[in-house]
Design a protein around this ligand. Sequence first.
Ligand code: ATP
Ligand code: MG
Length: 706
Amino acid sequence: MTDQPGLLEGLDPQQRAAVTAPRGPVCVLAGAGTGKTRTITHRIAWLVQRGLVVPQQVLAVTFTARAAGEMRTRLRGLGAHGVQAQTFHAAAFRQLRYFWPRVIGDELWPLTEQKFRLVTQAAGRLRLATDQDSVRDLATEIEWAKATLLTPEHYPASAAERGRECPVPPEHFTKVFEGYEKLKNSAKVLDFDDLLLHIAAILEENTEVAEQFRAQYRSFVVDEYQDVTPLQQRVLDAWLGQRDDLTVVGDANQTIYSFAGASPRWLVDFPLRYPNAEVVKLERDYRSTPQVVTLANRVIGAASPDRGAEGENTGSSGTELTLVGQLPDGPEPEFAAHDDEAEEARAVSRRIARLAGNGVPFSEMVVLYRVNAQSELYEQTLSEAGIPYQVRGGERFFARTEVRQAIAALRGAANRGNTGPGELPKVVREVLSEVGLTERAPSGGAALERWQSLNALAELADELAGQVEQADLTHYVAELDTRASAQHPPTVEGVTLASLHAAKGLEWDTVFLVGLVEKTLPIQYADGDEDAVEEERRLFYVGVTRARQRVRLSWSTYRGQGGGRKRRRSRFLRELDPAENSAPAPKSKRREKSAGSRRVREVHCRICSTPLTATADVKLGRCSGCPSDADEELLTKLRGWRTERAQQLRVPAYVVFSDATLLAIAEQRPDDSEALSRISGVGATKLERFGSDVLGLVNGSDHSGG
Ligand code: ATP
Ligand code: MG
């Protein structure tokens, strides 16, 4: 038997150890770009080539359909034909199609395309809100609960234990969840998570089926194992039975789906679960230049020491695995501040054009952003510059439901009558407010994403009005139509536009990380939740480590031209280089000229009037060094009330409100729910549940204390 050329060549000794380890448990715990994916493909090919495993008996699972496709291609290239490489869902679907008729005696129920309708129906029967955002939040929570293996009845206690913010009171959620499952079952359809739940149950409960399955599949490989959910783990356990022929690879520092129930604890605890496992750690980074690697090490090195995903110390603090760059030197990372987002996008577009002129293919460049709504500006700017691009991950902007609804409403308004000169931005905002655009951005979740899409449409009206004096609604709708159709450029050789989440596992020569401002990265709803902020940091780390050669990190001080609220660059940048980045964004003439006529809102300390910059201080409304001006009597009452409520609800006190939130309430004495909702830690759910109690205490103590 001859060695397939290159199967062990081009691997370092640690990678080789993982590749050639005998069948049985193998765990590769290693950082980004160290060759984990390469190692597992080579391992599979090695086992196949040596005749140690039959290709049809290997099942490799990875995170996305695209990664699975790439893995199949690479395996073919290495001479291992016939190996299955799939996502968990695709593998489960295939298996269910085979076993369901035998076990259930019926054709496999189809996947539902009506999930939203079912959730809406379930919520409607309980007289809960059924607007699009509420339903989307409920659907997300159902997905989380199923991924976490929670049944409706166990949800309230488990959610409280994990400090989970439920979109509606947990006991209502239980009913929605139950109602949804019933409706789905009577319609004889399945959702995505059901695929996993059913295959696990079938294998767990039917010895004969399990035996047949286990005779077919004997060797398992999992990539990106740090993001496995309890449900996926259950499926994996069902596949394995008592066997241990399992290779896993992952990087706890790249856990970016714990918001959806994933956890790196199975990866980190693998050696405990399989004491005989071959455990390999890789440190050499083959992907990136030393300059990129240094930046990446600093990003993750700044993580809070005991804040891995789930707040456990999972070894994902960044101190355990420090990457060592193997490539020759490359350019230093660039940091760039801009006045506004349009200017930032134009700068990125110019840079792309210049690199392309120097021979870097468009397909070797990527623009990475935090939320999909950010893609619109880059689609538009690159289109205008004639640069081909493709959007990955997330629906295309013009395909989004809220955008389609908004355009329909705008078209309707244009048909009914037109606008006078200069009225366009106002009229567009009026129409958009009918489909949900509010003046202030919502605090997070689906509502925020939706808001950002609508706001992008409103800003497009500002821009058009600025460029064409006579622009009216008809002009504007025509502009939207042109953009919608023109934004399908041939995309074969294009720059990739992708969200940070969608970029996982992939690599490019040049990476543009854009929109690096507070409230976007970390995302607004992570603020005040240390674990969520740490997940955002890991997301940033995933972004940086996609680059082979070049990283450009940029942010802009204002969202649009003409100012508005000033924004601050991401805290992750401040941590990287405080000296370099303390310089303010360059001021343009326009900015200086108009500065006097615009009020930039600054928050001042209530006690000493110093302008506040630190997030924690802004929340508190005073410098952390200034004495608290809390109403002590009120604070005592609030604490007593909290203890009582926590006992009633059988949850720890902090689940009701944290100490910091109680202190902020006692200091700021909000006298209506609007003011109360502005206090950090008081989300919509808590406002609904506890708002009237708290306001009663605040207003009551006003009278008695006054
Ligand atoms: P991520 O954590 O981002 O998924 P990874 O650990 O899976 O990264 P790979 O994608 O497997 O890393 O490898 C990163 C790059 O380094 C690839 O281009 C790969 O071909 C290359 N590479 C890996 N190992 C070696 C090696 N021993 N010699 C040369 N190049 C290597
Ligand atoms: Mg990989």
